[in-house]
Design a protein around this ligand. Structure first.
Ligand code: FEO
Length: 401
């Protein structure tokens, strides 16, 4: 049974939702599903923008077939070949054997690597080229590393619709809704959008900035991403988020305290620090147990807040493994521009502080506060003046203009 939504007079969402997938890219947990968006333009010629993951292939194909209403499919534009969008290509070629596939030269190579043979269907398109399909002219804009090297975006110069590939995407299934203005995005959806961006595209901030610069020259009225809601109102809101995330600038002044605690003593110290920060007027704080919070959530929150305190036990003379994993992910995703402080714990040979410092110092533009703490097993009265000094330093840094 088809399930499509109208975007403009002749443009349809023909994607599908997946509630069953537990791990996106087999790594990032999904608790609210994900959508695979594809779009069909019914002009003098018919044009499909991207396909969908094979897990939703039946729904996707039902949607395309229904929306075509007996017409043939003339063109398939492939903006991005990652299999969550390209897996249904072969089925499209089988059902509409005369379809022409417009995509970037690198996409043709990558599709071949994945076992998709475009053969006579393929027509390579390049940055700056455009095609007219009747009323609509589509311009092609390369977007390398947003999120793979072959990626491009397509812009309908007639209606101002940007088919933005992974850019402006989000976790969470659409469930009947389509447009970001159909619900309270800021309250209901922003955390999923941030977690998607930071973990999937976060490493490629400079490339996202390059795309934003190109997009700045376009009169964009609608953004159609490959995941999550379509933007037709308040486009400046999501563009502003992308400016923050791609430049690694925090969205808010606030403190994220991430602790690694085996028996609750480091956790207790983190709680005391949070209370002391509140006493000093800093209440925009979040505490996270690194052992029970998936690292994709930690990364997402870290892109939001300006300050980070890491509190970790020493484990086998090293950093507690989940905390080490978090630090490695920060490095892999190019995290920058944060003010950090360190609390280490170790019953006989505290080492985690020096090791965490070493990793943080290898990141760009990290301001590491001199004030930090070494605990031996647990926070005791004798440590309180040191804890006060740490709270003073973090609070002063947060509260300064
Ligand atoms: Fe949703 Fe990079 O693919």
């Amino acid at each position: 049974m088809h399930n499509i939504r109208n975007i403009t007079d002749d443009l349809y969402w023909v994607g599908a939702n997946d509630h069953r997938l537990a791990l996106f890219e087999n790594i990032h947990p999904l608790y609210h599903g994900v959508s695979y968006n594809a779009y069909l333009l019914l002009d003098e010629q018919t044009v499909l923008f991207d396909t969908a993951d094979w897990s939703v292939g039946r729904q996707f194909l039902d949607n395309v077939t229904f929306a075509l209403d007996g017409r043939t499919l003339d063109y398939l534009i492939i903006n991005h070949v990652e299999p969550d969008h390209a897996a249904s290509i072969q089925e499209i070629l089988l059902r509409w054997p005369d379809v022409k596939v417009l995509t970037s030269p690198k996409a043709v190579i990558l599709l071949h690597q994945f076992g998709f043979s475009l053969g006579k269907h393929a027509e390579e398109v390049h940055e700056g080229e455009s095609r007219c399909f009747g009323k609509h002219t589509i311009a092609f804009v390369s977007a390398p590393m947003v999120h793979w090297p072959e990626a491009m975006v397509s812009f309908d110069t007639t209606d101002g619709v940007l088919f933005s590939a992974d850019a402006f995407g989000s976790f969470r299934s659409l469930d009947g809704k389509l447009f970001a203005d159909e619900f309270a995005f800021d309250r209901e959806w922003l955390d999923d959008a941030r977690r998607y961006y930071t973990n999937i595209v976060g490493k490629y901030g400079p490339q996202v900035q390059a795309l934003l610069k190109k997009a700045g020259g376009l009169d964009i009225k609608v953004i159609c991403p490959l995941h999550g809601p379509v933007w037709r109102e308040d486009i400046g809101y999501i563009l502003d988020k992308y400016v923050h995330w791609s430049t690694y600038e925090p969205e808010e002044k606030g403190v994220m305290i991430v602790y690694a605690s085996m028996y609750g003593n480091t956790e207790a110290a983190a709680e005391v620090l949070a209370a002391k920060l509140a006493e000093r007027g800093v209440t925009n704080t979040r505490l996270y147990d690194v052992s029970s919070t998936h690292v994709s959530y930690l990364i997402s929150e870290l892109f939001k807040y300006s300050h980070l305190v890491l509190a970790s036990v020493t484990y086998n003379l090293g950093i507690f493994p989940p905390m080490h994993n978090f630090l490695m992910d920060m490095k892999a995703l190019n995290l920058q521009n944060r003010t950090c402080a360190i609390v280490e714990n170790g019953s006989w040979a505290p080492r985690s502080g020096a090791l965490m410092r070493e990793i943080l110092e290898s990141l760009k533009h990290i301001d590491l506060l001199d004030e930090g703490m070494t605990l031996t097993s647990a926070l005791r009265e004798e440590h309180l003046s040191e804890m006060d000094a740490l709270a003073d330093a973090v609070a002063a840094s947060v509260l300064k203009k």
